[in-house]
Design a protein around this ligand. Structure first.
Ligand code: HEM
Length: 509
């Protein structure tokens, strides 16, 4: 895919040249923020690394400052590398900083997705429909059973096939979101819906990676004659579009059928469809319900999986931390039942582990960029309208002034006097993005992740294999959604009491 990006540069360089002659050059005379020197026409294309771009962005902070300017093919990009600049711009000046750039690859099939829609009334109304379910305390509590069911399946899957830990974690993420959104219980990794979700999200992750922001797949298709391989690219894009449409429609139709036969379970889609039937003054329609539901699936699937994998890797690399969390669970909950949501307040260290998982390696290290709608001045620097504005979430979460010794996995940074205290440094303030576009799935994610972490640590221990292979290390995939590279592990019930609990759980199934 990256080679496509490079291949496309030549065909778009002329556009960049036109941009510079038609006015882009004027920007040079204004005090833009500092940044790496651009090449003529193509700008900083080659400065964005193919992997771990967030690390390069933090180097730029040291070199150029908290606000960095680059350009790619004439398009301005502003990188924000500090809490101050993200708060001042993305939050305090939200009306001008809440638009989305029109990502070319996303445009090919995601026009219906409010996460990529321009800031405005339509976006606002769709987002309101979404948050009415995913961000309301009452509905979030109604999702607790789905979180419990997916955690139970996960624990039992691990018991039966511990070597397939990663696949079980993947299924857990899919299960919970399919259940609460459509009332559909997916059981296995081979499920067609899970496979489709995976295929769609792989491409989204590539499309949102910084080097892909302004590469136009249509121009890629047009610039490659079929006999040179353009047909293959076109076929791939068509396949992706088909998968996406399938994901948008197939589970929705399942809910409609089950409502018609009276077998629908309460869930996001069924609740809203029922509301639609009974309410006369409603500006909702089936299309809105279908599309907002599909967004939940896309937004939650890969991110939840990534966070779960980061948790496993962090525990494997930090066995003393694992031990501290387990001792807290034993003293508060005991060993004859699993922790549940009612225990949350009394398990501050477990909650701190969850917060540290999100901080240590955030699933979306560079977030989703915003677009600036009006020319702006910030601390003497000119920020041009139309700039892509990106916050380096990973960078903020590794800022040593806020998180001393940032590469160490240390949940105790969130504990004060034996209590959870994130008032000044809650990672969730950054992990889930900023201002009016901030992730509406934050509370849902924290519920889901917390329960999985508490219940996993109650019954299992994870450690590196003891067969003398190379020690596991903290290494992660690139892409807009980043998760650990595959790692070897040994996972087993941590005591006879834990084994008994798992046996009881299996019998109750
Ligand atoms: C670990 C899990 C998750 C992470 C790290 C995450 C992160 C993010 C980030 C960084 C953004 C962009 C915010 C911005 O533009 O500043 C975002 C947007 C979004 N997220 Fe999440 N997310 C997660 C889980 C979820 C879940 C579970 C849902 C749904 C149930 C969800 C739904 C959305 C939606 C709909 C948007 C688009 C919001 C808009 O453009 O108005 N996310 N998320």
């Amino acid at each position: 895919m990256v080679s496509l990006a490079i291949g496309c540069i030549a065909s778009t360089a002329a556009l960049a040249a036109a941009f510079v002659f038609l006015g882009g050059g004027k920007l040079r005379r204004r005090p833009l923020p500092p940044g790496p020197r651009p090449l003529p026409l193509i700008g900083n294309v080659f400065d964005i690394p193919r992997s771990n771009a967030w690390e390069r962005f933090i180097e730029w902070k040291d070199l150029y400052g908290e606000v960095v300017y680059i350009s790619i093919l004439g398009r301005s990009i502003v990188l924000l590398n500090s809490v101050k600049s993200t708060t001042d711009l993305l939050e305090k000046r939200a009306p001008s900083y809440s638009d989305r750039p029109q990502f070319p690859l996303i445009k090919v099939g995601h026009q219906w997705n409010f996460g990529f829609k321009p800031y405005g009334r339509e976006w606002q109304s769709l987002r309101r429909t979404f948050t009415s379910q995913y961000n309301s305390m009452a509905t979030l509590r109604s999702f607790y059973d789905a979180h419990r069911a997916s955690a139970t399946t996960f624990l039992l899957n691990v018991l039966h096939k511990p070597e397939e830990l990663s696949n079980h974690m993947r299924i857990r993420g899919a299960q919970v979101i399919f259940e609460v959104t459509y009332g559909i219980s997916v059981q296995s990794w081979d499920d067609t819906l899970v496979q489709t979700a995976e295929a769609v999200m792989d491409v989204v992750s590539i499309a949102l990676y910084p080097s892909m922001w302004i590469i136009n797949p249509i121009s890629i298709l047009n610039s490659f004659p079929r006999w040179l391989g353009g047909g293959i690219v076109a076929a791939r894009v068509r396949r992706w579009q088909a998968d996406l449409e399938n994901l948008r429609n197939a589970p929705f139709e399942v809910v409609k059928k089950s409502l018609a036969t009276g077998t629908a379970k309460p869930c996001f889609t069924a609740n809203l469809l029922q509301e639609l039937e009974t309410s006369s003054e409603n500006n909702m329609n089936e299309g809105i319900i279908r599309d907002t539901a599909a967004i939940a699936l896309g937004a939650a699937y890969e991110t939840t999986f990534a966070a779960g994998e980061v948790f496993l890797l962090a525990m494997l690399l930090n066995e003393p931390v694992q031990g501290s969390a387990q001792r807290e669970i034993d003293s508060v909950v005991g060993s004859d039942r699993l922790p549940d949501f009612i225990d949350r307040e009394r398990l501050p260290f477990v909650t701190a582990v969850m917060k540290e998982v999100l901080r240590w390696h955030p699933p979306a290290p560079t977030g989703i960029p915003h677009e600036l709608t009006h020319d702006d001045m910030y601390e003497g620097m000119f920020l041009p309208a139309g700039s892509i504005v990106m916050a380096n979430i990973w960078g903020l979460l590794h800022d040593p002034t806020m998180y001393p010794d940032p590469f160490t996995f240390d949940p105790s940074r969130f504990i004060r006097d034996g209590k959870l205290d994130c008032t000044k440094n809650d990672p969730s303030r950054f992990v889930f993005g900023f201002g009016r576009r901030a992730c509406p799935g934050r509370l849902f994610t924290e519920d889901s992740l917390w329960l999985m972490i508490a219940q996993f640590l109650a019954v299992y221990s994870i450690s590196p294999p003891s067969n003398g292979g190379p020690p596991p290390k903290a290494a992660f995939t690139s892409g807009a959604i980043s998760r650990p590279l595959p790692f070897k592990h040994v996972v087993r019930p941590r005591s006879q009491a834990a084994q008994n609990l798992l046996t009881q759980l299996a019998q109750g199934q």
